[in-house]
Design a protein around this ligand. Structure first.
Ligand SMILES: [Fe+2]
Ligand SMILES: [Fe+2]
Length: 272
């Protein structure tokens, strides 16, 4: 069990600390030159999460669980701080204190939601209180479908308006994921009666098909941006960042699919 705890903790921290490091970079690039204090804070977070990422990769999988428990607590504190920074920036933007800065309010809110997600994962790992599978399936989908819908919106707004076909494709993804997200909210509201194996596995399958095509679209966009073949104000690292987050969601959906097929064999109908 402790091995599983160490492996899962390190996996979460390796993935999300890189994400937090990149958020600091994106926020910094969006600030105005005169916002030197905010730029300084963003640079500090970039260094903090770079260090966390490096250490997470240095720990071997047979590290003492207590060491990892302490590490999780330390990372949790850093994530809480970057979450508060992101919410502070959102407040400044929404009260028009940073006129002309370049981060969309929805993007700042989005990156704060990702920090909050990371923080919750660390709490779940350290307390050992994992959600029951049927709840995890609905909650993770509600969270990630909104994340995916947001990404499609960022892409459509950051592409050059003259890239008409790509903008249109991104808008279609945005609509598709809004719809999927509302379906997930509907399923959530019908809990616990909606948590049957047939409904949940159909839900996971349907979402997986859409996430795969969004993932492929992001991969294409990333390659086109890297090769300088399209016009946009998307940082190449942002294109790669949203691609990796789609891959993460797919990985989680695959895990759910596997668990549900196990349940199907054992229990057939209702999970609880
Ligand atoms: Fe992100
Ligand atoms: Fe994201």
């Amino acid at each position: 069990m402790s091995d599983e705890f160490v492996t899962r903790s390190l996996d979460e921290i390796r993935f999300w600390s890189r994400i937090m490091k990149e958020h600091s970079l994106f926020l910094r690039l969006g600030f105005r030159c005169e916002d030197t204090q905010l730029i300084k804070e963003a640079l500090e977070f970039q260094a903090i999460f770079e260090d966390i990422e490096r250490r997470a990769h240095a720990y071997p999988s047979n590290t003492d669980p207590q060491t990892i428990r302490d590490f999780n607590t330390e990372v949790h504190t850093a994530v809480t701080r970057i979450w508060a920074f992101k919410r502070k920036v959102l407040g400044l933007i929404l009260t028009c204190k940073l006129p002309g800065q370049n981060n969309f309010p929805l993007l700042v809110d989005h990156v704060s939601r990702e920090a909050n997600y990371f923080r919750n994962r660390l709490e779940e790992l350290n307390t050992g209180r994992l959600e029951p599978l049927p709840d995890a399936i609905i909650d993770e989908n509600v969270f990630f479908l909104k994340i995916m819908a947001d990404h499609a919106k960022f892409i459509s707004h950051l592409l050059d308006p003259s890239e008409r076909k790509l903008v249109e494709q991104a808008r279609e993804f945005s609509n598709e994921f809004d719809t999927l997200m509302f379906q997930a909210v509907d399923l959530s509201s019908m809990r616990p009666q909606s948590q049957t194996v047939p409904l949940l596995s159909q839900f996971v399958d349907e979402n997986r098909v859409s996430v795969k095509s969004l993932r492929d679209f992001k991969k294409t966009a990333r390659d086109l941006i890297e090769e300088c073949r399209i016009k946009s104000i998307i940082h190449p690292l942002l294109a790669d960042h949203v691609f990796r987050e789609a891959e993460r969601f797919l990985f989680i959906l695959d895990m759910f699919d596997q668990s549900l097929s196990g349940v199907k064999v054992n229990k057939r109908e209702i999970l609880f």
